[in-house]
Design a protein around this ligand. Sequence first.
Ligand code: NAD
Length: 494
Amino acid sequence: MARIPHIIGGEKITDAERTQPVYNPATGEEQHELSIASAATVEQAIAAAKAALPEWRATSLTKRANVFFNLRQLLKQRSPELAAIITSEHGKVLSDAGGEIARGLENVEFAAGLLHLLKGERDEQVSTGIDVHSVKQPVGVVAAITPFNFPAMVPLWMVCSAIACGNTVVLKPSERDPSASVFIADLFREAGLPDGVLNVVHGDKVAVDTLLDSPDVKAVSFVGSTPIARSIYQRASANGKRVQALGGAKNHMLVMPDADLTVTADAAISAAYGSAGERCMAVSVLVAVGDIADRLIPELKSRIAALKIGDGTDPSSEMGPLISREAKERVESYVAGAEAEGGTVLVDGREASFEGNGFFTGVSLIDNVKTDSKVYLEEIFGPVLAIVRVDSYEEGVKLINEHQYGNGTALFTRDGATARQFEFEVEAGMVGINVPVPVPVGSFSFGGWKDSLFGDAHIYGPESINFYTRSKVVTTRWPNADQSRVDLGFPSYN
Ligand code: NAD
C-alpha cells in the first residue's frame, strides 16, 4: 500500500512512528497509508518554511506572479487527474470534483494579479518637502489547516494568497483525503515555486498544536468544524498570532410564497444533496413561508426519486458516499431521531440500499422540523434537508438571525422589495438571492458570521491580502542642511 508523504523543503518524507489508513469511501477499502507527523517533523517543516522566507520575500513580484500563471496552466491541464484523486479519497462525483478545482482556480487567478494587489499608497507633499507611502510586507511563516470536504479548493483558498504576499507556508490538510494537497504542492514546484515555500505535513492534533504553539508561525488560517475552529482561534491568538478560523454552518433557504416552484425545487435539491450535503454552504434548512411547503414538497419528492447515488467515478452518479463509516452512522442517527423530535420523515435515506461496503446513505427529507430539535440546531453535514414551516417572512428571518451559525443563507422570491429587505437585515456573511449556494467569486472574500467564523478576516480575495501582510508606513524628506534646526516640539505637518 502506498504511503502518502509529507513534503518538507522539497523533500518527500514518509517515515513516521504513526500511520493511519486513507479509505476509498465508495468501496470502504483502505487505499493508502498516511504518515502522521510527530511534533519534531512539524518543527522540521516550520524550520524549512522559515529558511525559505528571506529569499522568497525578496523574489520580485513579477517572478512570483509567473508562478501563478504557470500554476493556472498546469492545474487546467492536470485537472482530470486531480479530480480523480479527490473522488477516490473524498467520494464526491467527478464532475463535482472538477467544479471544486474550477473554483480553486479563481484563487490562483486572483494571486496572479499580485502586482496590483500589493500596491501600497503614496501621498506627496503631506507637509512641505515631506512624502508618505505605505508598503505591504509578508507576515512570515503561515500555517494552513484544512478540512476534508474540499481537499483541493480550501488549500488553494489559503496558500495562493499567502504565497503571493511573500510568505512561506506549512499546510496541514485533512488526514482523511490528503493526496490532493500533495498533488497541488507538486504542481506548485513544477510551476517554479522554490523548495520550502510550500510545505505539507499530515497529521492530527499533535501536528496542529505544534503549529499553533510555534513562535516561528506568525499567522494561522483554519477551516473546519466550529468546536475545533473556536479552540484554534483561542490557542493561536493567545500565542500572539493572527488567526482566521472558519467553522461550521446551518444554511437556511427562505422560500416566499411567490417563489417559482421549479427554480426553487431544483435549487433546494441541488444545494441540499450536492456533494452528499458535505459542503459548508449546503442548504440544510428550507424555511417555507405560508402555503409554499405544500406546493413545493411534491416537486422535491419527484426530484429525489430520480436522483442517482453511486460511485463518484460513474458518470451517471449525481451523489457519492459520505467520507467515512462514522459520518454515515452519525448522519443516519439524526434521521432516526427526527420523528421523536416532532418531525415528519417524508423520505428516509436509511431505506436506500447499496451494494458493497461503501459509506453510502440515501437522501432524507424531513418536514415539520421543530426549531428546538437537534435536526434543526446542529450541523448534520450530510444529505438531510429539514423543512421548517413559518407563517411570515418576519418569522423566517428571525429564525435565521437567532441561529448559532451565520455562514450562508438564501432567499427565493420574485419580489425585489423583499429581497432588498432580506439583504439589509439577515445575519449571515454570504447571501444568495435566488442563488442557493452563494460562495463568492474569487475577487471577493468568503466568510460567515457568528459561530461560523472566529477572527475578523474573511478568507481569500481582498481580505486575504490584508491578513497575510503587515503594512508599513514610511515618511520621507530630503532637507538641505541650511533649512535644518533643533526643535523639541512634537513634529506636526503644515
Ligand atoms: P474538522 O474540524 O474535524 O477538521 C478540520 C481540520 O482540523 C483537519 O485538518 C483536522 O485534522 C484538524 N483537527 C481535527 N481535530 C482537531 C483537534 N482536536 N485539534 C486540532 N486540529 C484538529 O473538520 P472536517 O470534518 O474535516 O470538515 C468539516 C467541517 O468543516 C464542517 O463543520 C464544515 O462546515 C466545516 N467547513 C467550513 C467551511 C467554511 O468556510 N466555513 C468550509 C469547509 C468546511
